[in-house]
Write a protein that binds this ligand. Structure first.
Ligand code: SF4
Ligand code: SF4
Length: 404
């Protein structure tokens, strides 16, 4: 064996990122392997998290970033609760995931922005400024749209919404969100933000996949990614791996509520948008409509799930909660509470707080869309890709089939 093969070059910056993101006790590990023994979701062959603990201590950035096992962990903290040294392997894994998302980020500065508590104020200011700029542009947008349309036609009404929208020009009468932010303005703003978020996320996932492939090599990869992704979908949707937890089982209910709340909100939004553009049906829907019911149920699931996660984070003292964890909880609860709040203030006809509440809700949605690839929300996508790769590499089959 050559001298070169023994040479280990630590990446100190990556390790500092891991420590800042929750893995502050990683140096305490003395490699006893208790964590790998108690972990219910690790494959038997080359189990985690013991091996990753030594890689983290040695600053092995490339190994950690290309390791799908880091994402097969669901942070149940069974290992943390049993670690004799208090090295908190569950938190170290959470830190590695956050540091990896930062390293894969496109564009790079967004990863830095979203991972730095000191920059939180700027991160929140950006969506607010984008919305304010859009609102200030409504008169300009109105001036360049065609004005020869029948004002009572579908498109005529959409154009005229830009004439009255904004902070200071809202007519008297019932609260109507398009009097503040026109329907077309909503689509222009949020489709653009979501598109940017999806492009960035796709680049990050592509980098992640290639990093795993380079480390693993082409040999040993079975089948194509899509069938393997489809095979992993039931495990992802049922949150089966969360159910394997012993230590912090209630996180399963929190994640389930938030996950299905967002699925419901997505289905509601997609349905309303398709009805609007295909059939010209405008909001608000009646209080007893099935769409309204699904929307309210989704908001309730998001709020309840968010509260479960909040209580779990606040009361579970064996593990540390990082900036990423708290940002996720603020975002989830902010979206749920302001989403439901906009409906309640409209029904109560509280004009003085209705539009500010709606604006705050739009800020949370803009934050979600724009920062999708850089926040903890991206974990679902990274974890799905890792599970797909693990299946393709014949890595996750044993544990997946045992659990199915
Ligand atoms: S993290 Fe803890 S349980 Fe795991 S090998 Fe290190 S000391 Fe042992
Ligand atoms: S946190 Fe849970 S899933 Fe992750 S390594 Fe520890 S025991 Fe395994």
């Amino acid at each position: 064996m050559s001298e070169q093969e023994f040479f280990v070059e630590p990446d100190l910056n990556f390790i500092k990122d891991v420590q800042r993101a929750g893995g502050g006790d990683l140096k305490k590990c003395f490699q006893c392997a208790t964590c790998s023994v108690v972990c219910n979701v690790t494959p038997d062959d080359s189990p985690f998290p013991r091996k990753e603990m030594i890689w983290a201590q040695w600053g092995q950035k490339e190994k950690l970033m290309s390791d799908p096992d880091v994402w097969l962990c669901h942070q149940c903290n069974d290992c943390t609760a049993n670690c004799p040294r208090g090295a908190k392997p569950g938190d170290v894994f959470a830190g590695i995931r956050s540091a990896s998302i930062k390293a894969f980020a496109f564009p790079k500065f967004m990863g830095t922005l979203l991972s730095s508590p000191g920059m939180a104020i700027f991160a929140w200011a950006i969506p607010i400024v984008i919305l304010l700029i859009m609102i200030s542009l409504f008169p300009t947008i109105y001036s360049i749209l065609p004005h020869n349309l029948d004002p009572h036609s579908f498109f005529g009404e959409l154009v005229n919404e830009f004439k009255v929208a904004g902070w200071g020009n809202m007519p008297a009468g019932p609260i109507k969100w398009t009097n503040f932010y026109p329907e077309l303005g909503i689509d222009m703003t949020f489709i653009t933000l979501l598109t940017l978020g999806i492009i960035s996320l796709a680049v990050g996932l592509y980098r992640f996949w290639n990093t795993m492939k380079e480390n693993h090599g082409e040999m040993g990869l079975m089948g194509a990614p899509v069938p393997n992704l489809l095979a992993a979908v039931p495990t992802i949707f049922a949150h089966k791996k969360f159910m394997e937890c012993d230590e912090s089982k209630n996180r399963y209910y929190g994640h389930l509520g938030v996950f299905y709340g967002f699925v419901g909100a997505f289905v509601t939004t997609a349905f309303v948008a398709s009805q609007f553009w295909l059939l010209g049906m405008k909001t608000p829907y009646g209080q007893i409509s099935h769409v309204k019911f699904l929307g309210n149920l989704s908001a309730a699931a998001i709020i309840i799930g968010g509260l479960v996660l909040l209580v779990q984070r606040a009361t579970y003292k064996k593990s540390v909660s990082s900036y990423f964890d708290w940002t996720l909880i603020v975002l989830v609860l902010g979206l749920g509470v302001t989403g439901l709040g906009t409906e309640l203030v409209r029904l109560a006809d509280l004009k003085s707080i209705a539009y500010p509440t709606y604006f705050i809700h739009l800020t949370f949605v803009a934050y979600l869309f724009l920062y999708l690839p850089f926040s903890k929300m991206a974990h679902l996508a990274y974890r799905s890709v890792a599970m797909t790769f693990a299946r393709q590499a014949q890595r996750d089959l044993v544990s997946a089939e045992e659990i199915a």
